[in-house]
Design a protein around this ligand. Structure first.
Ligand code: GCO
Ligand code: MN
Ligand code: MN
Length: 414
């Protein structure tokens, strides 16, 4: 192969993107409640063992690029767009004004704001640390983010308490810390009620996001289920304002089935926001783009969400890989992530309408017919052949995923 000179590389990538085909138009992409984070597009490719491979991207550029792709919503941490010195000051409102202008110019909406309570040294002991000053500071930050959210027209506020935990046990009293953390959430909800009233807007939906490990060695609320327990503990003054933002990979990381975790959130009426990405079980938070690792599982997840009428945001919380350039983030990474999501979403719809799937599910639910309800063997015999459908259904889902149902026929008889 001939080396590809640097000046020819973007053209090659663009030509192969075209050759991939199957891309949706921005208008089609905009029909979905897909949200693009400031921090994902601006991620520089750095990590504990990695130097950056890209430069940060200002919100004006991110918003303009999202418009071109057809991502209709933008979200941010407070400190993605503000320095610590600016938070809560006049400079903050000047920036918020520029964000509003930029969103308006490009026809985007702000869906969600989130308070960063993990990066700065002040959160070394977490946002609900022993010192009352640290807890007061966290409350100020949460209230301030709520105010920014209202100013930008957001519908959701997200909280990721990854620094609520410890590396070594003994100094931190778990029940006390969780109670203090609840006081922070109560403060945010009460501020929200007040600000919403002043502005004549609905209150925000406050969504908790769990991750089982990182950055603390042990996390006090490591899973969505743990968060449901905390929401229903009686510590919250407004539990009805607090729900969940599960992240696909975070539920996979602890070894659970994301679809089952989402089902439990749905049952509790708390599935309000969803971070979409991909990765591996029991590994660190690799934040790979949706569908690149577990497309079959993703298809199943979307069937569940479609069946239960989930209509909240699908937030592209992933990290464009370090091998992708600043140009590639918007030319390859975001459009392909969006298109894989929409493809899987549409396939989920096809799967739900598929005759084989429908007949098989109905037959399983109908059962094998009446027999002595106390005779285990008789009941088993009556259902035995029907239960083959479990495997047949899994095979059918695979066929739909790989497109083997289009133009190919399968038969057990020759
Ligand atoms: C992660 C987390 C974050 C949160 C974000 C919102 O993967 O490290 O998911 O990306 O989603 O901080 O609070
Ligand atoms: Mn993650
Ligand atoms: Mn996330």
């Amino acid at each position: 192969m001939k080396p590809v000179k640097p000046r020819d590389q973007q053209a090659l990538v663009a030509r192969l993107m075209d050759a991939c085909g199957g891309a949706y138009k921005p208008k089609q992409r905009r029909k979905h409640y897909i949200t693009g984070p400031q921090w994902a597009a601006s991620y520089e490719g750095h990590a504990l063992f990695h130097a950056p491979t890209r430069h940060a991207v200002p919100f004006e550029t991110v918003i303009a690029e999202y418009e071109k792709i057809g991502i209709g919503y933008w979200c941010t941490h407070d400190t993605d767009v503000l320095t610590y010195d600016e938070v809560g000051k006049d400079a903050q409102w000047e920036t918020v004004g520029r964000i509003r202008k930029s969103l308006k110019k490009h026809g985007l909406k702000c869906s969600m704001v989130t308070t960063e309570t993990f990066h700065h040294a002040v959160f070394a002991g977490g946002p609900a640390s022993e010192s009352p000053e640290i807890r007061e500071y966290a409350k100020f930050r949460m209230e301030n983010t709520v105010a920014i959210g209202h100013e930008l027209g957001a519908e959701f506020a997200v909280y990721w308490p990854g620094s609520l935990g410890y590396f070594t046990q003994g100094a931190v009293e778990e029940v006390q810390t969780l109670t203090w953390y609840a006081e922070g959430m109560n403060h945010a909800c009460e501020a929200d009620i007040r600000i919403a009233k002043e502005k004549g807007r609905p209150t925000l939906k406050h969504c908790m996001e769990a991750k089982p490990f990182e950055p603390q060695g042990e996390i006090l609320l490591p899973t969505s289920d743990a968060m449901l327990t905390w929401i229903n503990s009686g510590l919250l003054t407004h539990p009805e304002m607090v729900g969940l933002n599960p992240e696909y990979l975070h539920e996979l990381m602890w070894g659970g089935a994301p679809r089952a975790a989402l089902a439990r959130a749905l049952m509790a009426g708390k599935l309000w926001h969803f971070d979409i990405n991909d990765g591996y079980r029991l590994k660190h938070d690799v934040d790979i783009a949706v569908g690149l690792v577990n497309p079959l599982d993703w298809l199943n997840v979307l069937v569940l969400l479609r069946s239960h009428g989930y209509n909240g945001p699908f937030n592209l919380d992933y990290k464009p890989p370090r091998t992708t350039s600043n140009w590639g983030v918007f030319a390859v990474s975001f459009p392909t992530a969006v298109d894989r999501f929409i493809t899987l979403w549409e396939m989920a719809g096809e799967l739900m309408a598929d005759k084989v799937m429908q007949e098989a599910s109905a037959a399983l639910r109908a059962g094998g017919g009446p027999c002595d309800p106390r005779d285990a063997t008789a009941i088993f015999e009556a259902n035995k052949e029907l239960l083959n459908l479990h495997e047949l259904i899994a095979h059918r889902i695979f066929q739909l995923l790989v497109g083997a149902h289009r133009g190919r026929t399968y038969s057990t008889k020759k």
